[in-house]
Design a protein. Structure first.
Length: 368
């Protein structure tokens, strides 16, 4: 049987952001007896027209895809010009490495508007993975558009996206088996009720609400553990005078992330701009953790958490839910059960990858 040849293309594509991890996971987990996978990526580059800096390449993510039979193809970009509508790459050698005629399917990971280099790929079928709401492009060879939540799907269609192209598939994540290993004994927290959050190091998504809420309820029997995240969290913890707060450095390796999650009783989510389909929440649910979050401009976290916790408006309500998790055993246990069930029913890797395989086979069959 002839293998389907697929190219993944992503600026900064070997970083540890949510979008990047999604694409890496799909590429890695596709069955290599059916698919030949090339993953095109570059390191982060300065933006023209913005001081935003994309997260840089994480070597552990390159190794991850290579270990799973993916051909990682690195190209160079000197600048990303966001003053252009298509966010052009300046001084790139991408086209020296890539020829669309060599592929049956192109997989994107983008915001939704016409974007370089996909605006230059006009023959090979494209499967779009859209990670921001409210932007749609009706491109002739974009045959399927994957939206990562129903809320995002509705917004995308409302902005002009074709209904027959839209399909909702949550983010796929590989969850390693790390057993019961955790940080409790190392930190002397064996008997504490521990809240925690993990996040990429990005000031733009910092939310003060989780630690403001924790400050309201902290006792000698509680603790808060942060993995990664903006330096603003550590400054906030110091300013609040939190007694039982610890920070672990950012990592792209899966085992330390899940050792961290094994340490928690409750996942205390917070993000200034909200979520579409949070990889962090999925990882927390894979451990059966109840999840608390707050309202934000994007509200995908509400759909994700469902009956596995609560989404509230501000730090005072957030603190009340923290107390309910600590002192209402039936409520806490129900949230744990619902979190575990939701992960198995909706977010388990095998379920998600099967949906992508079906889409790729359908789209590849339509290549002229």
């Amino acid at each position: 049987m002839k293998k389907i040849k697929i190219a993944f293309i992503k600026f900064g594509g070997m970083a540890i952001g949510g979008t990047e991890k999604v694409l890496q996971t799909i590429a890695a987990e596709l069955p290599k007896d059916e698919f030949e996978v090339d993953y095109f990526y570059c390191d982060s580059a300065p933006y023209i027209g913005s001081d935003f800096k994309h997260i840089d390449t994480d070597p552990s993510r390159v190794e991850y895809v290579k270990e799973h039979g993916v051909n990682a193809v690195k190209f160079n970009v000197e600048f990303k010009d966001v003053t252009k509508a298509t966010h052009d790459w300046v001084n790139t050698d991408f086209w020296e490495h890539f020829n669309e005629d060599n592929y049956d399917v192109i997989q994107t990971g983008r915001s939704g508007h016409p974007e370089y280099p996909f605006n230059m790929i006009n023959k090979t079928p494209i499967v779009d993975s859209i990670h921001l709401s409210g932007m749609a492009e009706n491109k002739a060879n974009s045959l399927k558009t994957v939206l990562i939540s129903n809320e995002q799907r509705d917004r995308w269609i409302a902005s002009g996206g074709p209904v027959d192209r839209a399909v909702t598939i949550p983010n796929p994540l590989r969850i390693p088996d790390v057993g019961d290993v955790n940080y409790r004994e190392e930190f002397g927290w064996q008997d504490k009720f521990i809240f925690g959050l993990h996040q990429r190091r990005d000031n733009h998504i910092f939310s003060p609400i989780p630690l403001e809420a924790y400050d309201e309820i902290e006792t000698d029997d509680t603790a808060f553990l942060l993995l990664g995240g903006s330096e603003n969290y550590q400054k906030q913890a110091k300013d609040l005078g939190l007694k039982n707060f610890k920070h672990l450095p950012t990592t792209g390796e899966l085992e330390p992330i899940h050792k961290f999650l094994n340490t928690l009783n409750v996942y205390a989510h917070g993000r200034a701009d909200g979520e579409q389909c949070s990889c962090a929440i999925i990882e927390a649910m894979s451990h059966g953790l109840p999840v608390i979050s707050h309202t934000a401009p994007s509200m995908g976290q509400l759909e994700q958490i469902a009956d596995a916790g609560e989404v509230v408006e501000g730090y005072e309500d957030y603190a009340e839910v923290m107390k309910k998790m600590m002192y209402n055993k039936n409520y806490y246990v129900n949230c744990k059960v619902n979190s575990n069930k939701r992960y198995n029913d909706v977010y388990k890797l095998e379920t998600v990858i099967k949906k992508y395989i079906e889409i790729y086979k359908e789209v590849a069959s339509k290549k002229s």
